[in-house]
Write a protein that binds this ligand. Structure first.
Ligand SMILES: Cc1cc2nc3c(=O)[nH]c(=O)nc-3n(C[C@H](O)[C@H](O)[C@H](O)COP(=O)(O)OP(=O)(O)OC[C@H]3O[C@@H](n4cnc5c(N)ncnc54)[C@H](O)[C@@H]3O)c2cc1C
Length: 385
């Protein structure tokens, strides 16, 4: 009998637990026309054991027993770390704790050739550094869950960082949360299609006639805002209002399952949950406009780690009720023109949707120019106030 893993696209979050658990290696992830990966079963290999159906947390959420114990505002004391991280560098501080004990860190990086995002492992800080910075598209997990299981069984300490659905998928695959595993989940609004980013990068390369080596969604060049930056192979960089137009696709370009997310609540799969703290100046008086992390401790292991890294960071306890994060409360609502956007994309291509759904307006151009000038004149902190 042929196994059907999902009826509708919004029933699969793409965590790859089914791919990793299949004893026959009969499942692979295939990218659809919109750029999202979905599992496909090779019926000639499938033995109908149903392991793939049983492991699916998204369709049968088991729920996490972890609840928020304490929340903090955190900023790494090393300014370079903060500059190269999306928020306050919490991920670096936590992963350093694991690396110092000889452990392995799993996180998301850009594939150098294609600019698709994938999870890899790192055993030293140099390798780990490429995981810094949020890549706001869905990452491919490949057989990472299998690798993690192997590492854990050999007694190694492992850190996995990812979106809440990826962390839930990992716990389901492992039938729990082994003691030597540290899970860091992100406060996540949802994951847009990787194809949109790849097309965006191609477009910049064509118009600039240069090859892109790195793309940063959250360059801190003009402060703690979404300032995209492309670094070319010839060493030059651009950072302008045109390249940050992809920001407009954050919601409309999201995976269908994000609108059905099961994890936008206070039951966390992470020992520690990390995210941005946009209102740090008001909440805890960190006014340098360089980036501050929200760090939420959910388990005793998370508590121990935060206790042991506190010397490397500025760490200020906050009342969890003061954390204004919709990712802890409710899933993002599907925009009314979601289907139209994707139909237009499939029919007319990327340039068309960019022009129609994310035009450069006088307002967007003006705001970016003000942001740039304010930063140059050191007025951005004042303007934020
Ligand atoms: C898709 C996505 C949506 C997010 N939505 C929100 C939100 O709504 N609100 C909020 O406060 N914060 C959100 N974040 C988290 C935020 O952008 C920062 O990643 C977080 O604050 C950690 O910052 P940092 O300075 O500690 O770490 P950094 O050093 O910047 O580390 C980034 C961490 O994110 C992981 N990561 C990067 N890209 C991906 C990816 N595509 N998939 C899985 N893991 C990835 C890396 O492995 C690393 O652990 C989101 C992140 C992602 C990737």
């Amino acid at each position: 009998m042929k196994i059907t893993l999902y009826q509708n696209e919004d029933q699969c979050c793409g965590c790859s637990a089914c791919v990793n658990i299949c004893p026959q290696n009969a499942i692979s992830m295939i990218r659809n026309q919109k750029g999202f990966e979905y599992p496909a079963v090779d019926s000639t290999k499938c033995i109908s054991c149903n392991a793939c159906k049983n492991v699916c947390d998204f369709q049968n959420p088991k729920g996490s027993k972890n609840h928020i114990l304490q929340a903090y505002a955190m900023q790494h004391k090393d300014k370079n770390v903060v500059f190269n991280s999306s928020s306050g560098g919490a991920f670096t501080a936590i992963s350093d704790w694991v690396l110092l004990q000889g452990g392995t860190v799993y996180g998301a990086v850009f594939d150098n050739e294609t600019f698709y995002v994938k999870h890899i492992s790192a055993e030293c800080s140099n390798e780990r550094d490429s995981m810094r910075g949020s890549k706001y598209v869905q990452s491919s997990l490949g057989d990472v869950f299998k690798q993690i299981k192997k590492d854990l069984e050999s007694g190694e300490k492992v850190l996995f960082s990812g979106t809440p659905c990826q962390c839930a998928g990992l716990c389901s695959y492992l039938h729990g949360h082994p003691e030597n595993l540290v899970i860091v989940d992100l406060l996540c609004h949802g994951t847009p299609s990787p194809d949109l980013l790849v097309k965006h990068i191609n477009r910049i390369e064509i118009s600039s006639k240069k090859e892109i080596q790195d793309y940063r969604y959250r360059s801190k060049k003009y402060g703690y805002e979404h300032t995209h930056e492309a670094l070319f192979t010839d060493g030059t960089k651009i950072c302008n209002v045109d390249i940050k137009r992809i920001l407009k696709f954050f919601v409309i370009g999201m995976r269908p399952s994000c609108f059905e997310c099961k994890y936008t609540n206070r039951e966390r799969y992470g020992d520690i949950t990390i995210g941005d703290m946009w209102d740090a100046p008001k909440l805890v008086g960190i006014t340098d406009h360089k980036g501050t992390s929200t760090v939420i401790v959910n388990t005793q292991l998370g508590k121990k780690i935060v206790d042991e890294i506190k010397d490397s960071c500025v760490l200020i306890p906050v009342d969890e009720k003061d954390i204004r994060q919709s990712a802890l409360k409710e899933r993002v609502k599907k925009p009314k023109n979601y289907e139209k956007f994707w139909n237009d994309y499939l029919k007319h291509g990327y340039d068309y949707v960019l022009e129609h759904y994310a035009p450069v307006t006088i307002k967007s151009w003006g705001l970016f120019t003000v942001q740039k000038c304010a930063h140059r004149l050191h007025l951005d902190v004042f303007l934020k106030k």
